[in-house]
Design a protein around this ligand. Structure first.
Ligand SMILES: [Zn+2]
Length: 271
């Protein structure tokens, strides 16, 4: 029997088995999570293979080659951050920064950049190959970064990898300036792709991914950490072979506005 790692409720129900791992839903807070053994260590996953060789199908085939595509994504994120905060630059911390490509784009726009990642390989790349300063290898930012605080903290496809996202997010909040912004992306468990494809959904990749949020469970998590959701939207990806109806522009747009895409982007303010 599994209990909910967030609210401790018992009787979590098995939703499916994916890659040999049980995926469970809490009957009380509705959180969906991967059931992992108590000795599970997530830091062992993020070796060089995770970024380049797609070791167990939970990593990237070639994160570095995908960067040209990602560059436009980072630019879009930075524009949204600026329009949301009214700031063209400031102090930004990317938690789970990986090899540092987002921070590189932010630095070019004039942001003062800081990064944290658990992966030694990724941190070395960010420092040596991209020449980024202020990159810390570890589970949390160093305490001395707290003194000046951050205007923005980003977690791009990072929160679902953490064994205890509520603890980390709460701790990160203490690094935010008053009114500071948290920006995240993560999978959307109530997306059409997640519902139609189940264990074969592209983001159903335990034990890399440990949590699968919905708008509601994300809001609960944010509020628990002293954050207020100020923006929620999803992409317009609806699965591998979506019904042809979904390809019609107005339908696509409506489904996106209804939050049915499989990646959510969330902005939240420190209350
Ligand atoms: Zn729960």
């Amino acid at each position: 029997m599994w209990s909910c790692p967030f609210c401790q409720s018992d009787n979590c129900r098995l939703v499916m088995e994916a890659r040999g791992h049980p995926i469970l839903r809490c009957p009380s807070c509705e959180l969906v999570f991967t059931g992992v053994k108590s000795d599970f260590s997530s830091s062992e996953i993020y070796t060089e293979e995770f970024w380049q060789a797609d070791s167990d199908g939970i990593g990237y085939r070639d994160y570095f080659r995908e960067q040209e595509k990602s560059r436009r994504k980072w630019e879009r994120h930075l524009k949204k951050i600026s329009s949301h905060t009214g700031k063209q630059a400031g102090r930004i911390l990317d938690f789970g920064c990986g090899p540092g490509f987002f921070l590189k784009a932010a630095r070019e726009r004039g942001w003062e950049t800081f990064g944290v990642d658990i992966s030694r390989f990724a941190v070395d790349y960010a420092k040596k190959d991209l020449g980024l300063e202020n990159i810390h290898c570890g589970p949390l930012p160093p305490d001395e970064w707290k003194r000046q605080g951050f205007d923005v903290i980003t977690l791009w496809a990072a929160i679902e990898h953490l064994p205890d996202p509520w603890k980390v997010l709460k701790s990160l909040c203490s690094f935010l300036k008053p009114g500071g912004l948290v920006c995240m992306t993560t999978g959307n468990m109530e997306s059409i792709a997640a519902r139609r494809e189940g264990e074969n959904w592209r983001l159903m990749t335990p034990p890399g991914h440990l949590f699968f949020f919905t708008r509601k469970t994300m809001k609960t998590l944010l509020e628990h950490c002293g954050l207020r959701m100020t923006k929620y939207r999803t992409n317009d990806y609806f699965g591998k072979n979506p019904p042809s109806l979904f390809r019609i522009k107005p339908v696509k747009k409506t489904l996106r506005l209804l939050g049915r895409g499989d990646i959510m982007t969330v902005f939240a303010r420190k209350s």
